[in-house]
Design a protein around this ligand. Structure first.
Ligand code: UDP
Ligand code: MG
Length: 328
């Protein structure tokens, strides 16, 4: 591409053959209306369905659609990071490829960006259909994460338009475990918020199981906040305090001649303390594991060059293109 595109759209794609075609159609329609120079980066996050073929076909038909194939599934954060790195636009728009993020919001987002905002966030006005357990879990997670970055993240989404300045700052971040929404909140800049309704998925299903979500939440919490460690310290301190009070009580009973036989109490106290110690060790281990992962500094994603199997372009050697940082 000769001239720099005004806007790069990044679509993370993992097995989205059912919705990708429609999504590309709608995004193209919106961007063409705006008469801007643009590119649409289709980041294929190791899809095993027909997504890759579809991306290749579309990119051959329209040179503004740019394929980025990852060497395997790296997770959405990895795919987003790959997209940010490949994007050449003066602004980068991140959106899901399942049409849950409505493309008809693009013109308004662009307008806000042109009005001087470096970050334009689409805020979930309605979280779509979600069970009560999911809603509660999400609420707890966002409350803690929000405290960690000092922002309300509850209704934030990955549907964002970022100015080149912001993208460049994000690309500098060395950390492997990343939660883009948190990082964007952390970097600051002038932020415009636009409410939107999360659409129903048109086809396929969400890639998130409850277990995966829980793991993702714990990982991000550990990566972003040291609050759990402080909780461990405070719990240890409170336990010591409770033990001192208990001892004082026992002395009192002893000297007033009402000493209680304490076998059950001893077992209970031991159980309580060993539980506490193990839990605390567990929390600390999460941080050690996080440090271990960061220390290895493996790339967040690996881009595979070359076309599909059997096509004329042969897959080249895997490119070391990568960026330190990830969720995996
Ligand atoms: N996605 C991805 N890699 C993954 C999982 C998801 O690139 O490992 C993409 C997916 O194709 C979609 C977006 O991330 O475009 C959001 O995924 P999903 O709809 O499963 O998440 P939800 O909307 O349920 O939070
Ligand atoms: Mg979705």
């Amino acid at each position: 591409m000769s001239a720099q595109p005004e806007i790069s759209v990044v679509l993370p794609i993992y097995n989205e053959e059912g919705t990708l075609g429609a999504c590309l159609g709608e995004v193209l329609e919106q961007l063409e209306k705006l008469r801007v120079r643009f590119e649409i980066l289709c980041v294929n996050d190791g899809s095993s369905d027909g997504s890759e073929k579809l991306i290749e076909r579309e990119s051959q038909r329209d040179s503004r659609i740019v394929p980025v194939h990852l060497s395997r599934n790296f997770g959405k954060e990895g795919a987003l990071a790959a997209g940010l790195q490949a994007a050449g636009g003066r602004a980068v728009l991140l959106m899901d490829a399942d049409l849950q993020h409505p493309p008809n919001l693009i013109p308004l987002m662009l307008e806000r960006w042109r009005g001087g905002y470096e970050v334009v966030e689409a805020i979930k006005e309605d979280r779509g259909r979600e069970g009560i357990a999911d809603r509660l879990l999400a609420r707890g997670f966002y409350l803690l994460m929000g405290r960690a970055v000092g922002e309300n993240l509850r209704d934030s989404s990955d549907f964002k338009l970022l100015d080149r300045q912001v993208v460049d700052v994000l690309l500098e971040f060395p950390e492997r475990c990343r939660f883009l929404r948190g990082l964007v909140a952390w970097v600051g800049f002038r932020v415009a918020r636009i409410p939107f309704r999360v659409q129903e998925r048109r086809a396929g299903k969400s890639k998130w199981s409850r277990r995966a979500l829980l793991r993702y939440s714990v990982q991000n919490l550990v990566a972003f906040s040291s609050a759990p460690l402080r909780v461990v310290a405070w719990t240890g301190f409170s336990t010591v305090l409770a033990a001192v009070l208990l001892a004082i009580g026992q002395f009192y009973y002893y000297f007033s001649g009402r000493s209680v036989s304490g076998f059950t109490t001893v077992i209970l106290v031991m159980l309580f303390l060993s539980g506490l110690i193990l839990t605390s060790l567990g929390v600390i281990s999460l941080y050690v594991a996080n440090m271990y992962d960061e220390q290895k500094a493996r790339p967040l994603f690996v881009v595979r060059r070359g076309g599909q199997l059997g096509s004329s372009a042969q897959a080249g050697p895997p490119s070391p293109v990568s960026e330190p940082g990830s969720s995996s």
